[in-house]
Design a binder for this molecule. Structure first.
Ligand code: C2E
Ligand code: MG
Ligand code: MG
Ligand code: MG
Length: 286
């Protein structure tokens, strides 16, 4: 009896697995199509603010995919699929080009672009970025590349070499989702990054007796002591913003200040006439 019920559980599990794999295959197929089509995949931009005077200091480029049948699909879903399907390098290059082209005309300090570990493992990644910046005439210091700790715990050392080359070029490096990975403090020192983005899970715990405020305070002080800038992610309430400012956090990003915006809305927010050639939101591989 136990045996047969066990078997049927496995049968159900097998069916569910099939469904999950099928959904994944469908998303992969649709993603390939979306990359060829225009308008399905766009780059949105979320403003990043100075914690003290609440002025916009930069923007982060964030991919948005509007699927014709399924509606919005989160990058947390399609980025890993793009990585496994071998589509991430093409996608990453398109986002970078789009964001830099747009940002040249924006009165902001930096444009931040997320980079996948797979992109960083390509030995010619840094050279590709250098070439793009040169061809656009963009100041490398205006570009910030965001990567996670896991992207930098790569055994080959290739990611670190790219990071080194990018920094020599003047490109800024930010450690994204900081606090969720396994970086040791000594490793943080060796990685030579410019900025730490404190993961939003810590900000969420403010006010509760979770110890999250103490952790964030410690991160901010560590960053200060080692000459790094800090950005708090996922700032949703006035209280969180105020506490972070008191702690000495440099920059704030979150729904309290602004959602990620389509390029036209960001242009209005920045309040100036951006030449129309720079404001095409859609990306498509060519
Ligand atoms: P991330 O780089 O950590 O980006 C921050 C995420 O937090 C974004 O989610 C943003 O919309 C969200 N967020 C911002 N403010 C708030 C807030 O106040 N509350 C909450 N709950 N969330 C907030 P999004 O856009 O869904 O992106 C998810 C992740 O997908 C990103 O996390 C990044 O890792 C990845 N991603 C997005 N675009 C790209 C891309 O062009 N390339 C790569 N490789 N990854 C990307
Ligand atoms: Mg990011
Ligand atoms: Mg993050
Ligand atoms: Mg994230």
């Amino acid at each position: 009896h136990a045996k047969s019920s066990g078997r049927s559980r496995y049968a159900v599990f097998g069916k569910e697995m099939d469904t999950i794999l099928q959904v994944r295959r469908n998303i992969e197929q649709d993603l390939r199509a979306a990359l060829q089509a225009k308008d399905q995949i766009q780059v949105y931009y979320q403003p990043i603010y100075s914690a003290t005077d609440r002025k916009i200091t930069g923007v982060e480029a964030l991919l948005r995919w509007h699927h014709p049948k399924s509606g919005w699909i989160s990058p947390d879903v399609f980025i890993p699929i793009a990585e496994e399907a071998g589509l991430i390098e093409k996608l990453g290059e398109q986002v970078l080009r789009e964001a830099c082209t747009a940002a040249i005309n924006w009165p902001v300090g930096t444009v931040a672009v997320n980079v996948s570990a797979i992109e960083l493992r390509n030995p010619s990644y840094a050279a590709g970025v250098a070439h793009l910046l040169l061809s656009l005439g963009m100041n490398p210091q205006k570009l910030e590349l965001e990567m996670t700790e896991s992207a930098l715990t790569d055994n080959s050392g290739q990611c670190e070499q790219n990071v080194k080359a990018l920094r020599q070029l003047g490109v800024r490096i930010a450690l994204d989702d900081f606090g969720t990975g396994f970086s040791s403090l000594s490793r943080l020192q060796r990685l030579e990054v410019d900025r730490i983005k404190i993961d939003r899970s810590f900000i969420k715990g403010f006010g509760a007796e979770s110890g999250d405020e103490a952790i964030v305070q410690a991160i901010v002080e560590l960053a200060r002591a080692t000459g790094l800038k800090t950005t708090a992610e996922g700032v949703e309430t006035k209280e969180q913003g105020k506490r972070l400012q008191q702690m000495g956090c440099d920059n704030l990003q979150g729904f309290l200040l602004s959602q990620p915006l389509p390029v036209s809305e960001l242009n209005s927010l920045l309040g100036e006439g951006t030449p129309s050639h720079a404001v095409k939101g859609a990306i498509a591989t060519t």
